[in-house]
Design a protein around this ligand. Structure first.
Ligand code: FES
Length: 178
């Protein structure tokens, strides 16, 4: 029998609150295999996209072949297996973050990058995504920059971060006004 050769050997960080959210979701669904789509949806909502190690984690949790999990994740268009940009930026739009101003952070990033949430800059450098709760409500508003959850964000801090990415890649910031 053919297997999907997609194993990464990278364990998700168990202290990552998004993984804890995933654990809670799987437990709440009694690790039922027919809850796969709901769990993938939760994972995408928490991570912004479905990282390979997260798919492996779900496959182990539900005792499903990894090929089956990949099969479902790639079949449905609502799931994204990776951000298309070199860098990924996920803004949490869950309630706790929203009331602390994550909508303003998202708007500032959209304006700065010239893209909407769910899109990637034309140079394929930065993908901007949103999530519904990162499991880090205590440090709202929270964001994920290249896989690292960072809290207490505001529009200025977030915009500086993405400008830094652009500067490192291009040697200058194409976002700066001349
Ligand atoms: S609502 Fe943003 S981390 Fe929970």
């Amino acid at each position: 029998m053919q297997t999907t050769n997609t194993k990464t050997n990278t364990e998700p960080n168990k202290t990552d609150k998004r993984i804890k959210l995933l654990d809670i979701t799987m437990k709440r669904n009694h690790y039922r295999q027919d809850a796969l789509i709901e769990i993938l949806h939760k994972a995408q909502s928490a991570f912004g996209y479905l990282e390979p190690n997260v798919l492996e984690y779900i496959a182990r949790g539900l005792k499903l072949p990894l090929s089956r999990v990949y099969g479902v994740a790639t079949f449905y268009h609502l799931f994204s297996l990776k951000p298309s940009g070199v860098h990924s930026c996920v803004v949490c739009m869950g309630t706790a973050c929203y009331v602390k101003g994550s909508d303003r952070v998202l708007t500032a990033l959209e304006r700065e990058l010239g893209i909407h949430v769910g899109e990637t800059t034309s140079d394929n450098q930065i993908s901007l995504m949103s999530a519904r709760c990162l499991g880090a409500c205590g440090i709202a508003p929270a964001m994920v920059f290249d896989g690292t959850v960072i809290g207490k964000q505001d529009p200025e801090i977030a915009v500086e971060k993405v400008k830094g990415w652009q500067e490192r890649v291009n040697g200058h910031s194409p976002l700066q006004e001349s």
